[in-house]
Unconditional design. Structure first.
Length: 181
């Protein structure tokens, strides 16, 4: 049995999870979300980082029609059930890889928490979307508000987690340049 160093292990994990996440993301963007936009004439919930109103949510769900609502639940939601975990695992692996390269443990911990919290917010968003579609046409305004808030929180946390990874990579690169000079 070959033992890998943490650096190698985390690097491989980041690459594998990253490739899987990118593949799922591309399918969502170019297939399922594009189809939902074509069916409804509106950008899907997943593509609204600033959230949405009850009126917009109603217009989107109504515009999908019965088959579009079924498509959202059976095509987009399953993909978006896999994606948040893959994205979080990618970011966590990258952060652990950076941590094994002497990037601040505190920065790594914060980045890991942000990555996991972003995935949780994405799952809450997905639950809200499912609940809105399944309760159509009697969607409660509080349901839309909760799903919209989860979308906003997910976007903010994902952005923060990615920025932490970039900041850690920048620190690591600067250390390498200084030690080389």
């Amino acid at each position: 049995m070959i033992m890998m160093t943490p650096t190698t292990q985390y690097g491989r994990q980041a690459a594998l999870f990253g490739l899987a996440a990118a593949g799922v993301y591309l399918v969502m963007i170019f297939v399922t979300l594009a189809n939902i936009e074509t069916l409804s004439g509106l950008r899907p919930f997943d593509m609204r980082p600033g959230g949405y109103s009850a009126e917009l949510a109603s217009a989107l769900i109504d515009g999908l029609g019965p088959s579009g609502r079924q498509y959202y639940l059976t095509r987009q939601i399953p993909l978006d059930t896999v994606y948040p975990a893959l994205m979080a695992l990618t970011l966590v692996s990258l952060l652990k890889w950076l941590g094994s390269r002497d990037v601040s443990p505190k920065l790594v911990r914060v980045g890991i928490w942000l990555s996991v919290a972003a995935a949780v917010a994405d799952y809450l968003e997905n639950a809200g979307i499912c609940f809105m579609i399944l309760s159509w046409p009697d969607v409660a305004a509080n349901t839309v508000l909760a799903a919209s808030a989860a979308s906003i929180v997910k976007s903010g946390l994902t952005t923060a987690a990615v920025l932490i990874v970039l900041l850690g990579a920048g620190f690591w690169a600067c250390k390498g340049i200084r030690s080389y000079a």
